[in-house]
Design a protein around this ligand. Structure first.
Ligand code: NAD
Ligand code: ADE
Length: 405
């Protein structure tokens, strides 16, 4: 068996929730005769989503949403299973867009996007295509969708999977927490315990990264621009500082903000010798790579995925995975059980779009509550956990305003 087959088999056997979805799709065939276009990180868990949609009758066209996250052995295994995959690891910017175009050349009725590049193409070069609707996986993609909605240019309904409870509470926090650590440790093979780790952004991803870095014995400093999140980080027990101060102490800096230019020239000028820079945000613009290259007296590849920049004063700064999301470029992406929940939401939302064709407006919708709940209940069931239900008396109490005690 090839490694890609093994990875798919392993993921499938640990994705208990999406296997339930798969059983329903196999019977109902909700996508019979339809084409689904996807731009997601092409690795094993994404492969399972593609195969589940195919099981539901869809012709699936898949490109990557990042040039460095594709796993070529999985591409091969998916092609053998009849998924049209347009991706390879390390593709150039031109190839990346060419591959997104190939997905759209198939004229999909439904799309699943991660980061918004596929959706953007459907509003520029492919604005002639009729799309029934789609869904977006990540925070950055949702930010872009909301801009389009505000400007009144969104051409079809889009569902915000990121903000479903069963997505961001687990995927962004625990998923990014674990897989970012995995990526950094795999790339560097360096010790975390006793090191100072600066986490930029204390949103859902940042919280997870800070929590897990602390668990590994790091002294964690958080940087933020939101005063409320800054206080939350402080009360969670982390030091909070400006990046300009924090980076002077940092052995590692991990960005997870979705914002550009978080680590800039003025920060790089005062970074400590040996500082390792990594990004977990969607795009590779959080760390100013051009500034780093411009400042450096020399550079070399120190290890696969680790670029060493030597400053004129002799300080060495290491950039992981070219500043692309380190958990997917250097690691395996989120744990299987996490993507099980995220991709179950995606699969069920795709069916919802098909069932509601013609009834939806061109706006950004939340994932229907019943889908979020279904995934939560299914996950609990597969974990073998039972929980209490409200009694009749408790339900009455909820609807009562006179009775206080
Ligand atoms: P979020 O909105 O919950 O949190 C982002 C935080 O960054 C906010 O608290 C914001 O105030 C803060 N921030 C913004 N600009 C900042 C700056 N200049 N300095 C410090 N803090 C700043 O978003 P999230 O869900 O945590 O996602 C963050 C990024 O990670 C997005 O790009 C998202 O798409 C991406 N993401 C990546 C993965 C992954 O697998 N690596 C998974 C989920 C999300
Ligand atoms: N694997 C596939 N898609 C992913 C995502 N958006 N984040 C982390 N791991 C993933």
């Amino acid at each position: 068996m090839h490694t890609g087959d093994m990875k798919l088999k392993w993921a499938h056997s640990h994705m208990d929730v999406i296997r339930e979805v798969e059983r329903e799709f196999r019977e109902q065939r909700p996508f019979r005769g339809l084409r689904i276009g996807m731009a997601l990180h092409v690795e094993a868990k994404t492969g399972i989503l593609a195969l589940v949609l195919k099981e539901g009758g869809a012709e699936v066209h898949l490109a990557s949403c990042n040039p460095l996250s594709t796993q070529d052995d999985v591409v091969h295994a998916l092609r053998e299973r009849g998924v049209s995959v347009h991706a390879r690891r390390g593709e150039s910017r031109e190839e990346y867009y060419e591959n997104l175009r190939r997905v759209l050349d198939a004229e999909p009725q439904v799309i699943i996007d991660d980061g918004g590049d596929l959706t953007t193409l459907l509003h520029t070069d492919y604005s002639h295509l009729e799309v029934w609707g789609g869904s977006e996986e990540t925070t950055t993609g949702v930010v872009r969708l909301r801009v389009m909605e505000r400007k009144g240019i969104l051409r079809f309904p889009m569902f915000d999977v990121n903000d479903a409870m069963m997505k961001h509470l687990f995927d962004n926090r625990y998923g990014t927490g674990q897989s970012t650590l995995d990526g950094i440790m795999t790339a560097t093979n360096l010790l975390i315990a006793g090191k100072t780790v600066v986490v930029a952004g204390y949103g859902w991803c940042g919280r997870g990264i800070a929590m897990r870095m602390r668990g590994m014995g790091a002294d964690v400093i958080v940087t933020e621009v939101d005063p409320v999140k800054a206080i939350e980080a402080r009360m969670d027990g982390f030091r909070v500082m400006r990046m300009a101060d924090a980076i002077r102490e940092a052995d590692f800096v991990v960005t997870a903000t979705g914002m550009k230019g978080v680590v800039r020239k003025e920060h790089l000028e005062v970074a400590k010798d040996g500082c390792v820079l990594a990004n977990a945000g969607h795009f590779d613009n959080e760390i100013d790579r051009e500034a780093l290259a411009g400042m450096a007296a020399s550079r070399r590849t120190a290890r696969p995925g680790v670029e060493e920049y030597v400053m004129p004063d002799g300080r060495r700064i290491y950039l992981l995975s070219d500043g692309r999301l380190v958990n997917l470029a250097a690691g395996q992406g989120h744990p299987v059980e996490i993507m099980d929940m995220s991709f179950s939401l995606q699969a069920l939302t795709a069916r919802y779009i098909v069932e509601r064709r013609g009834e939806l407006e061109n706006r950004v919708y939340p994932v229907p509550r019943e889908i979020d709940q279904w995934v939560a209940v299914a996950r609990l069931r597969t974990l073998g956990i039972e929980i209490d239900a409200l009694t009749e008396e408790q339900i009455r109490y909820l609807n009562e305003w006179q009775e206080g005690t």
